[in-house]
Ligand binder design. Structure first.
Ligand SMILES: C[S@@+](CC[C@H](N)C(=O)[O-])C[C@H]1O[C@@H](n2cnc3c(N)ncnc32)[C@H](O)[C@@H]1O
Length: 238
């Protein structure tokens, strides 16, 4: 998946000495992958988790990348992350934003005009109200278990992105790349209904299992999809 993302950045061409911000960077996996691929790029990762920042900084030191790979604790919806980045990436973090509108408005503030925004995440295939009750429940499980309020259709994300001044360059359905039937997933599929019936979605470990199983079901049945969307920021500052 990182390779696909990198090829999109290459295709749309900010050159090789670009500045990239990773919105919701985890412990820096994407940042380090990009730093190795582009030795002249400068990369900055932000995450809401102080522990992740500490871990990412330690990894940057041990990889000898600390001069080009920096990390900060910040809320990508509210905080000033820096301006005029050439590229923004959000891998499985967009869904954590409060609303798509907030996410795209904030992303637009960080990017220069013409800058690229790449979002890789889970999307609804249809609006929630069009799904039957069982599927709606599974989407709720997914949202409650992983605390992902912004799961929406590609069309809804497109509308929010357009309102913030982004033009869609590319949309790719990556669902087929997600392996749905690992042994662990099959085991979780068996226990998940029991955990859900027992009302354990609020307990992080069980919530994770229930949400993971709901996502697997959604991808399998096609009411959820895993997609990469690439936008270009238009000329005016938002
Ligand atoms: C599912 S993880 C994905 C991490 C990483 N992008 C990856 O692909 O491994 C979601 C990330 O988004 C971060 N995150 C969620 N909400 C955030 C917010 N409002 N501001 C900054 N980071 C946030 C979490 O701390 C976490 O690092």
């Amino acid at each position: 998946m990182h390779d696909l993302l990198a090829r999109e950045i290459e295709r749309l061409g900010p050159g090789d000495a670009f500045r990239l911000v990773d919105l919701g960077c985890g412990v820096g996996g994407t940042v380090f992958g990009m730093a190795e691929r582009w030795p002249r790029a400068v990369l900055h990762g932000v995450t809401i988790s102080t522990r992740q920042v500490g871990r990412a900084r330690a990894l940057a030191d041990s990889l000898g990348l600390a001069s080009r790979c920096t990390f900060a604790r910040a809320d990508f919806q509210d905080d000033e992350l820096g301006r005029d980045f050439d590229v923004g990436v959000a891998i499985e973090s967009f869904v954590h934003s409060d609303t798509p509108e907030r996410f795209f408005r904030a992303a637009a503030r960080s990017l220069r005009p013409g800058g690229l925004l790449v979002v890789v995440d889970d999307f609804l295939s249809e609006p929630l109200e069009k799904l039957d009750a069982r599927r709606r429940r599974r989407v709720r499980d997914f949202q409650d278990g992983w605390r992902v309020p912004s799961v929406c259709t590609p069309q809804a994300s497109e509308a929010a992105a357009a309102a913030a001044g982004f033009a869609l360059e590319r949309a790719v359905d990556l669902s087929a790349l997600v392996r749905l039937r690992r042994v662990r997933d099959r085991a979780i599929a068996l226990v998940s209904p029991v955990l859900r019936a027992a009302g354990l979605v609020g307990i992080p470990l069980f919530g994770n299992m229930i949400a993971g199983d709901a996502l697997r079901t959604g991808l399998e049945e096609g009411f959820l999809s895993y997609r990469m969307h690439v936008w270009k920021r238009s000329g005016h500052h938002g």
